[in-house]
Design a protein around this ligand. Structure first.
Ligand SMILES: Cc1cc2nc3c(=O)[nH]c(=O)nc-3n(C[C@H](O)[C@H](O)[C@H](O)COP(=O)(O)OP(=O)(O)OC[C@H]3O[C@@H](n4cnc5c(N)ncnc54)[C@H](O)[C@@H]3O)c2cc1C
Ligand code: HEM
Length: 363
């Protein structure tokens, strides 16, 4: 029934979203402040997310962890329990308004029931969380490494626990309030709690360009709870291969740093690729690590820089030139396209998928 009723309005998705927000903000003007100033990128985000959640999470028990985490995470948007009913109501009313006469009361009930189950799971996740909704952090260092890439360090005002390889969302509070994006710390947890980030400014990207071009030492940003499971299994004795594209190097360096603290026995190969050598923004540090730890080797590649002395080509193809890799643990991180082609290569090389962990920097 959920799918059937959605199909009545699906082709007017944009208008449904417009109506949804208009209704929401007219009936509850205070809710406008929870959302970003510019809602062009965001416009269909919340509505789309709710519709997808309600429709695809047919078995909410299976998605228990995800929904609980989503609820916990919503606290950073200043969402409180009372908002859930308002949003659920606006959602159903917007669909009803656009479906016209074909809408039936049974659809109202189906959406209300499904939404209630999901909202309850999100709320219980939020309620059980002991962490603050977000942490403030001060930028203590900021360095432009290329035209589009910056490396900066943040000191959270309260300890923020995370595991090497995880990511967290942040808000560049001074420049793009209420826009949150995920970034991966490039270091393993440190005693002084600082977190280093590697960010590439994407053309029209709101948050990434602010982080690269505007952020300054002394700025305060907000950080939310860490997420993600691209972490090391300390019990594994297998050699490891890290494949990074561009700033996809960040979580890989975090994992490497953790390995430097205990590894004696595992060979570790890093494949670091970018379009041009300018984008291999952290090579000096990687080479320094490789010189210091005999178990570490680094292969670099450029896909669009014929004069580059390292490997030529996409990093996924370069990985395939080495090997054999059947007995290795793999960690892959970079743009969606890079991760996709690397996973395809690994499947062709018959690397069991259970040994491959990855983070794609896009949906
Ligand atoms: C798990 C995870 C970890 C991440 N870690 C990092 C990290 O450590 N470092 C890092 O730099 N990024 C990382 N990202 C990506 C980051 O979260 C943002 O998506 C990215 O910085 C763009 O955000 P934005 O606000 O600048 O762009 P948005 O404002 O979200 O996008 C604006 C426009 O930019 C364009 N755009 C968006 N993405 C791309 C793209 N990939 N290529 C070309 N054009 C694009 C689109 O046209 C879009 O409409 C990570 C993403 C995920 C999911
Ligand atoms: C079933 C209930 C809900 C679901 C499944 C849901 C899902 C989502 C998802 C997946 C995102 C994107 C998260 C991200 O990019 O990090 C999001 C963003 C957001 N949600 Fe919700 N949400 C729900 C309820 C609510 C409620 C009740 C509010 C209160 C107003 C709310 C406010 C927001 C805001 C402010 C954002 C960020 C702005 C944006 O990206 O547009 N959500 N939601």
């Amino acid at each position: 029934m959920l799918k059937e009723s959605w199909s009545l309005v699906e082709e007017h998705q944009d208008k449904v979203a417009g109506y949804f927000y208009a209704r929401l903000f007219l009936s509850h003007p205070d809710l406008r402040e929870l959302f970003p100033v510019h809602m062009d990128v965001q416009r269909t985000r919340l509505l789309g997310a709710i519709v997808t959640a309600v429709q695809t999470l047919e078995d909410p028990e299976r998605f228990d962890d995800y929904l609980r985490a989503l609820g916990r995470d919503h606290r950073k948007f200043h969402v409180v329990p009372e908002h859930y009913e308002v949003v659920g109501g606006a959602l159903i009313e917007s669909m009803r308004a656009f479906a016209g006469e074909q809408w039936g009361v049974e659809y109202d009930q189906a959406w209300a029931d499904a939404y209630a189950v999901i909202a309850a799971k999100m709320l219980s996740g939020a309620d059980a969380d002991q962490n603050p909704p977000y942490w403030y952090g001060e930028v203590v260092q900021h360095e432009r490494r290329s035209r589009d890439i910056a490396v900066f360090t943040v000191l959270p005002l309260q300890p923020l626990e995370f595991r090497a390889g995880q990511y967290l969302s942040l808000e560049a509070t001074r420049y793009q309030p209420r826009l949150w994006r995920t970034y991966s710390p490039a270091n393993a947890p440190r005693r002084d709690n600082t977190l280093e980030f590697h960010v590439r400014a994407l053309g029209a990207g709101w948050v990434s360009s602010a982080l690269v071009r505007k952020l300054q030492v002394g700025d305060m940003i907000k950080l939310a709870a860490p997420m993600g499971s691209m972490t090391l299994d300390r019990r594994s004795t297998r050699d490891a291969v890290f494949v990074a594209g561009g700033t996809g190097l960040a979580p890989i360096k975090s994992l490497l740093e953790e390995l430097t603290r205990y590894n004696r026995t595992r060979w570790v190969h890093v494949f670091f690729g970018a379009r041009t050598r300018e984008d291999l923004y952290d090579l000096a540090d990687l080479n320094r690590l490789a010189a210091r730890y005999p178990w570490l080797s680094v292969v670099t590649a450029c896909s669009d820089d014929p004069g580059f002395a390292g490997e030529q080509g996409n990093i996924s193809d370069v990985v395939a030139r080495y090997g054999p890799w059947n007995e290795h643990d793999f960690f892959v991180s970079g743009s969606g396209a890079m991760v996709k082609s690397t996973l395809r290569t690994l499947a062709e090389l018959q690397v069991p998928s259970i040994r491959v962990k990855y983070d794609a920097f896009s949906d």
